[in-house]
Design a protein around this ligand. Structure first.
Ligand code: GLU
Length: 303
């Protein structure tokens, strides 16, 4: 498969704990896609939410990826060391942003319901200025109003197909800087993907509903929109997304056999036929063409 421009992909874990099966699936998918396109695979530690960062988690993730034979290109990027970039981007958004004095309960009380990612939809209370006596807690970006579908953001996901979202109805004006002083994921991810020249985002489908907000910020900042591919989220028997909160086990690979077993499980979650390789080299020899074949079959079905 060839592409006219250089392919740059990335894996961007949040170091809230050790790598778990769900995050390994996202890592594997993004790695295989980069290899299929003879591209670069960057590693970015998304520790912008410093309150949730677990000590040693990032280092253990890097160690495990290396033990699995997933070598990243270039230096690892840490969001906690790039706050000046988020500040600069925020300043460029001047005129589209405003301070918001609402707390969580007030927003929930407006009963507009929940956005697909579980956040309460913001009713626009502070859009036209803070009420007297209120002080700013967070900073928000204004989304277009729904008249004439101005707020509709759509994109073609390489796996999930056409996705569209009405930002005003389904998200409302969203937070760029949080009440606890940390920059929001939505801003940091857009700034970093653009600054690192990422052409292809491959990640879990739990982030598909965030993508329209990210595309909207890309438009406002005048940066390119990457291609997106969201892989199905790994769930436990109760149907919950695997994460530290739902008790997902942390992965360990003490030897090559354990490393291969972890990768085979992750490949299975992606429905990739990789056979029964006994070594890491054999796993990667099978997995890259299996991913390429899956993409081709997907394209043939869509055509
Ligand atoms: N840091 C996010 C996570 O671990 C992923 C962000 C992204 O891939 O855009 O869920």
């Amino acid at each position: 498969m060839s592409s006219p421009e250089k392919y740059i992909g990335r894996f961007a874990p949040s170091p809230t704990g050790r790598l778990h099966p769900g995050s390994l699936v996202a890592a594997l998918a993004s790695y295989l896609d980069a290899k299929t396109h003879h591209g670069h695979w960057l590693l970015r530690i998304e520790d912008v939410d410093e309150g949730r960062t677990a000590a040693g988690a990032a280092e253990s993730m890097l160690e495990l990826l290396a033990a699995l034979g997933m070598q990243w290109d270039g230096d690892v990027v840490w969001q906690s060391r790039r706050k000046h970039l988020y500040q600069a981007a925020f300043e460029r958004l001047h005129g589209h942003t405003y301070p918001c004095g609402c707390n969580r309960r007030e927003i929930a009380d407006s009963r507009l319901g929940l956005a697909p990612d579980g956040a309460a939809i913001y009713p626009g209370t502070c859009r036209h200025g803070l009420a007297p006596g209120r002080s700013a807690r967070s900073l928000r970006v204004r989304v277009p109003d729904a008249s004439g579908n101005a707020d509709l953001i759509a994109f073609d996901d390489r796996l999930a197909g056409h996705v569209g979202q009405h930002l005003e109805r389904e998200s409302g004006d969203f937070v760029l800087k949080r009440a606890d002083g940390f920059w929001a994921y939505q801003l940091a991810v857009v700034v970093d993907d653009a600054e690192q020249g990422v052409t292809d985002v491959v990640r879990g489908a739990d982030l598909i509903d965030s993508t329209p907000r990210q595309i909207y910020l890309q438009h406002l900042l005048g940066v390119p929109t990457p291609r997106y591919l969201h892989v199905p989220v790994v769930r436990n028997e109760k149907g919950e997304k695997l994460s530290k909160q739902t008790g997902a086990v942390a992965l360990v690979a003490r030897d090559e056999a354990e490393a291969v077993a972890l990768l085979r499980d992750a490949a299975q979650a992606l429905a990739l036929p990789v056979g029964a390789p006994a070594t890491l080299a054999a796993f990667w020899r099978n997995a890259v063409p299996a991913w390429a074949a899956m993409l081709e079959a997907r394209q043939a079905r869509a055509a």
